[in-house]
Design a binder for this molecule. Structure first.
Ligand code: HEC
Ligand code: HEC
Length: 232
């Protein structure tokens, strides 16, 4: 119902200014129903802030999209077209069946919204370093690890040991889920499986919808603290 009204709003915007398209884009940014997949619970705002200074209490896998519209490239230079950069998230994390097409009113609305939060048209591209080779890392301070868990993992996975408050039941309960890793990944120490998951989002390139954390998003130090907190 609300969705239908919003669609009308964006069509009406086609004849007038772009402010309604921008508002529709902001709604889409926060709405998991942007993706038609029944398995998706993520909205853009699950992983991206849209303010100039993101909240310090959250560690998000994606950068703030403030000033994102005019960057010369995205995804550390892998993407040179803004819609492709968005579609990478839409297809891989939000399980969109096919990429948003340029002429889709939803693409246009998202674009208008991203432009509206991008006052700096000369904003530089941002670094994005994927950790290629997974190896063990030193354990850190468990108290810091608890903070990292709350800031980075809890929104999706809920509380440790119970999953209480998790965004989706697809997000397994940590750290208990790792108890089965000995039989699923024989010979691979279970902490390495967790590091692999966090650094690549997918298990050894196989699947899943969890985002990957670059070095810029999550330092090895914080990841080591998180492992200590999880008792891994
Ligand atoms: C599950 C988490 C997740 C969701 C959901 C998600 N993204 Fe992303 N997005 C990422 C990650 C991780 C990156 C790579 C790090 C980065 O560049 O911000 C990224 C990158 C991007 C970039 C490139 C930023 C840059 O300068 O490199 C854009 C633009 C973007 N996302 C837009 C969107 C939009 C719009 C949506 C909603 C349609 C969305 N994302 C949904 C995680 C997500
Ligand atoms: C945007 C939501 C989201 C965030 C943030 C997130 N996860 Fe996940 N995670 C998921 C989902 C959904 C799954 C199940 C699908 C998959 O495997 O990708 C998952 C799966 C996992 C798994 C594999 C569980 C299994 O079934 O074997 C591990 C390990 C994991 N996450 C650890 C973490 C840790 C540690 C963090 C914080 C650094 C984190 N996740 C942050 C959504 C998230």
């Amino acid at each position: 119902m609300r969705w239908g009204l919003l669609t009308l709003a964006v069509l009406a915007a086609g004849c007038g200014g772009s402010s309604s398209a921008k508002d529709f884009g902001e709604e889409l940014f926060q709405d998991a129903r942007l993706s038609e997949s029944q398995f998706n619970s993520f909205s853009c705002s699950t992983c991206h802030a849209d303010t100039a200074t993101p909240e310090a209490s959250r560690i998000l896998s994606g950068y703030t999209l403030h000033n994102s519209a005019f960057r010369p490239s995205w995804w550390g230079g892998y993407e040179t077209n803004l819609l492709d950069a968005v579609n990478f998230c839409y297809v891989n994390f939000m399980r969109g069946v096919s990429p948003l097409a340029p002429e889709d009113p939803k693409s246009r609305a998202l674009y208008e919204y991203l432009v509206s939060i991008s006052p700096d048209t000369e904003a530089p591209a941002l670094p994005f370093t994927v950790v290629k080779d997974i190896g063990d890392i030193p354990r850190g301070n468990a108290t810091r690890g608890a903070e990292v868990y709350r800031a980075a993992c809890q929104t999706c996975h809920g509380e440790t040991h119970s999953g209480k408050g998790r965004l989706t039941e697809l997000a397994s309960i940590l750290p208990e889920v790792t108890d089965s890793y000995g039989s699923i990944f024989p010979g691979v120490p279970k902490q390495l499986v967790v590091i692999e998951k966090v650094r690549h989002g997918q298990f050894f390139g196989v699947g899943g919808s969890m985002p990957l954390y670059s070095r810029e998003a999550l330092s090895d130090e914080d990841l080591g603290a998180l492992l200590a907190f999880l008792g891994l």
